[in-house]
Design a protein around this ligand. Sequence first.
Ligand code: URA
Length: 444
Amino acid sequence: MLQTITFAQAISKKRDGLKLSKQEINFLISGYTNGTIPDYQMSSLLMAIYTKGMSKQETAWLTEAMLYSGKTLKHKSNKVVDKHSTGGIGDKTSFIIAPIAAAAGVDVPMIAGRGLGHTGGTIDKLDAIKGMSTKVPPKKFIKQLEDIGIVLAGQSEIIAPADKKVYALRDVTGTIESIPLITASIMSKKLAEGINGIVFDVKTGSGAFMSKKSDAKALAKSLKDTGLAFGKDVYTMITDMSQPLGDKVGHSLELIESVEVLKGKGPKDLIEISIELAGAMIHLGGAAKNLNEGKRLAKKVIKNGTALKKFVQVIKAQGGDTSFVKNYKKLPTAKFTYTIKSPKDGYITKIEGKKTGLACIVIGGGRNVKEDKIDLGAGFDFHLKVGAKVKKGSPLMTIHHNCRDQKIIKSLELNFLENIYKFSTKKPKYQPLMIETKSYFSKN
Ligand code: URA
């Protein structure tokens, strides 16, 4: 490649709000991926992109450069579909909807990420399963998809390596909440999977990267535009993330809650969103004529147990110990629990999402720096959610932790009661979980 610009010049160009060319973007991404460009320069470029943005064309070039930083997969099947969430608190739908869609006859080659900022990551959560490998080499990936219709893997040095490196750097450099960076990150790994269609769960509210609805809509549009530009069928769903999704937050706890849903139990909000997302995947994959039929099929495969069987099958195929599905104690657990009680009578009007995610990092359920090891047993169990009526002294939530220092837990309790929970004597207005659903078909 003819190099016409230095890395420092490219940073300055973006800092001054100018557009980067395709060649420049390719040079930047390949240089960072192969290690010739150091973290400090890439951090500076990411911050320039964060503040100055990128055009639709630059975003497509960035996606393409990150996509072709590694191998791309091709499958015989033409019903290859995935879902990607833009990130939230307690967002564990991947473990539920990937097996549902696969049980309904759609192929799901899911490549997911680790925790990002205050949000948890699918791949970190899978680390709680003993023996489970999320490093799936391309040949095995393709064969497993052919054999059982589902793979749950992480970005790697082979597939979407640029995203793996850039994602980890954004996590610790204040450069997450950027529409072009989120678009290229998600789309590069999803396109590398060899999908025909994709469902985007774009989160909005206090626990989302796009807390304002208008920003979530702009991100949904950017993801849709990029998906269509690459010839993929797309659903965009804008969903509420103003409080944690489901009742549990934390790695083992979220796996347990996902298995509960696959067993036909679990909390209402998590069931609702899982059926919508899985229904859309089943529709995109051609196993249903429309979204409603997809949703009916999603409910059917939960009821007849085939979705749970699919989950067990994928864990086994990737070397994991499936005994936790019957006995949750087989997952890493925390040594201690502490229950926070309501300080007053009234209604819960808020459980602030982002602050809940940050509180989870305090007990080890997330990272402060790239090298941090996650406490897989740590987390929160919410007994009551927004809209619930409480009495003074009723249990609100339980902290699962391994902190010997009681001061940490006491200050966490204060944080929850003063900054995260809000109460009122009036019942709050109902907030719908599903805010907007749109579908786009590339051949139309
Ligand atoms: N999910 C991703 O894969 N990347 C982002 O940047 C945000 C959410």
